[in-house]
Design a binder for this molecule. Structure first.
Ligand SMILES: Cc1cc2nc3c(=O)[nH]c(=O)nc-3n(C[C@H](O)[C@H](O)[C@H](O)COP(=O)(O)OP(=O)(O)OC[C@H]3O[C@@H](n4cnc5c(N)ncnc54)[C@H](O)[C@@H]3O)c2cc1C
Length: 450
């Protein structure tokens, strides 16, 4: 048996710096063993062995293991089913306590409840912390204690709450909620390792490397400063591309929010959208499967498989939709403005169930995050919390004129655009698609509302 230790379990927080749970573990009584589990409950369901997200996690773990080694600690990385791995870990180490940061997705909550039962049976405390968001759902609630379901009042309360408690950091007064956790001061409390890095290889887990480019973890200040002017134009590199890093915790949300506050209000508001959708998923886990607005549940989707295949492949004959889908397929990213346009086209013009689009994005997006993806799709379909009313249907032609007027973005992703090879007419043309959607939605809502 090893020396007595506690265990810190990394999940969506693949960094040492400003890591809430790790900080608390390091400040505890026992030396800390950091671990990560490649979870087969998740990995076995991924359809594509060339999945850049798995590769990204793998590469991030290599970097994390090296960072721990510099301080004498070993990161242990496992591949398997979490409950089985935990049973073995308890036998091997008999930890005095287990620490982790909270994950709010329905599957993660089930997994953690199962691990909590195992630990409880063994009399081991399971200490969990907030790290992934600035505020958890119950921290920003309405005056009656209930969760907000509309963004603007949520955002106002979020901002008031941020100012509620002050703290000092590097000689400045800042919000207590943005103050970094100084993990680096306590790294001497790592369990001393054997300097062995043993991380399961991608191949051993059934995956293969990809050539997708991973955006850096930091962005120039000038980009954030000009964010509000540039963020809507997909041909410009005007957004931060940090989504993937927020999702896997390779950067700290507190650090980025602290910086955004001084630089650009619009950028900060996007980070608040992220908290907002997490808050919705925490308070209403049912949205993972069903419409937030229940009266939208009976829309008779057409779900034409050929039209869905054309949408996925970027072959609808609508230039901005095709460009967006090809950007997604080729790079694992799609600009936010275009996400809204392609989602609207799928759910309104093609009348295809938003869950089909949501699942396709989940498979392809490097920055896939259940809460934000679900929120974005339900918004586009009209059934979400803040959804635009069903009768506001994006006109892809005016979106094109406004946000990509000289077709720079379209030409980048659809090389045959403007040649005879590109379809002359869209799969479903705007006027026809709009009127059909209005009719179908109106009828379904009238029936649902009796
Ligand atoms: C249909 C649809 C699906 C989406 N799916 C996802 C998803 O799976 N994962 C995801 O992180 N975002 C999703 N979004 C939100 C948004 O499109 C992306 O966060 C953004 O495009 C990521 O690019 P960026 O990092 O350059 O963002 P920036 O514009 O630089 O914004 C910075 C960060 O703010 C957060 N953010 C920005 N906009 C939103 C938003 N509308 N909702 C929630 N958070 C936001 C993200 O964490 C983002 O990285 C979706 C939007 C739509 C309309």
């Amino acid at each position: 048996m090893e020396t007595s230790c506690s265990i810190f379990w990394h999940r969506r927080d693949l960094r040492i710096e400003d890591n809430a749970g790790l900080y608390h573990a390091l400040k505890g009584d026992a030396p800390v063993l950091p671990i990560f589990i490649f979870d087969r409950n998740i990995l076995d369901k991924l359809p594509n062995p060339q999945d850049a997200r798995v590769e990204f996690i793998h590469d991030s773990l290599v970097a994390l293991a090296e960072a721990y080694q510099e301080h004498g600690g070993d990161l242990r990385v496992f591949y398997g089913f979490p409950e089985e791995i935990w049973s073995k870990l308890l036998e091997e180490y008999s930890p005095t306590a287990v620490y982790t940061n909270r994950d709010y997705e329905p599957y993660a909550k089930e997994r953690d409840a199962a691990v909590a039962r195992l630990l409880d049976d063994a009399g081991i405390p399971f200490n969990t912390y907030k790290d992934h968001v600035i505020f958890e759902s119950e921290e920003v609630s309405k005056n009656d204690g209930g969760p907000y379901t509309v963004y603007t009042p949520y955002m106002r309360k979020w901002r008031t709450r941020l100012e509620d408690r002050k703290s000092t950091y590097e000689g400045q007064t800042i919000s207590y909620f943005l103050k970094p956790y100084p993990t680096e001061k306590y790294l001497r409390n790592l369990l001393l390792g054997k300097s062995e890095v043993s991380i399961p290889g991608l191949k051993d887990m059934g995956f293969a490397p990809t050539e997708l480019e991973i955006p850096p973890t930091s962005v120039p200040r000038s980009l954030i400063r000009r964010y509000d002017e540039q963020r809507n134009f997909p041909a410009i590199e005007g957004t931060s591309r940090l989504g993937l890093h927020f999702r896997h915790g390779t950067i700290s949300i507190r650090e980025k929010a602290l910086r955004a506050r001084g630089l650009n209000e619009t950028y900060l508001k996007e980070l608040i959208w992220r908290d907002f959708y997490s808050n919705i998923l925490q308070a209403f886990p049912r949205v993972a499967h069903e419409e937030f607005k229940r009266d939208y549940a009976g829309i008779p989707w057409r779900n034409d498989p050929d039209e869905f295949a054309a949408w996925c492949a970027g072959k609808t004959g609508v230039p901005i939709v095709d460009a967006g889908m090809r950007q997604l397929n080729q790079s694992g990213f799609m600009h936010n403005r275009v996400r809204m346009i392609v989602a609207s086209y799928l759910t309104k013009h093609l009348l295809i169930d938003w869950r089909w689009g949501e699942a396709y994005f989940a498979e392809k997006l490097l920055d896939f995050d259940l809460a934000s993806n679900n929120g974005g799709w339900q918004w586009a379909a009209g059934c979400g919390t803040d959804a635009q009313p069903y009768f506001r249907i994006f006109n892809y032609e005016s979106q094109q004129k406004k946000f990509d007027p000289d077709y720079t973005y379209v030409k980048e992703w659809v090389p045959e655009f403007g040649t005879p090879e590109y379809p002359k007419a869209p799969l479903v043309e705007h006027k026809f698609g709009r009127e059909r959607a209005l009719e179908v939605y109106k009828k379904a809502l009238a029936e649902a509302r009796g």
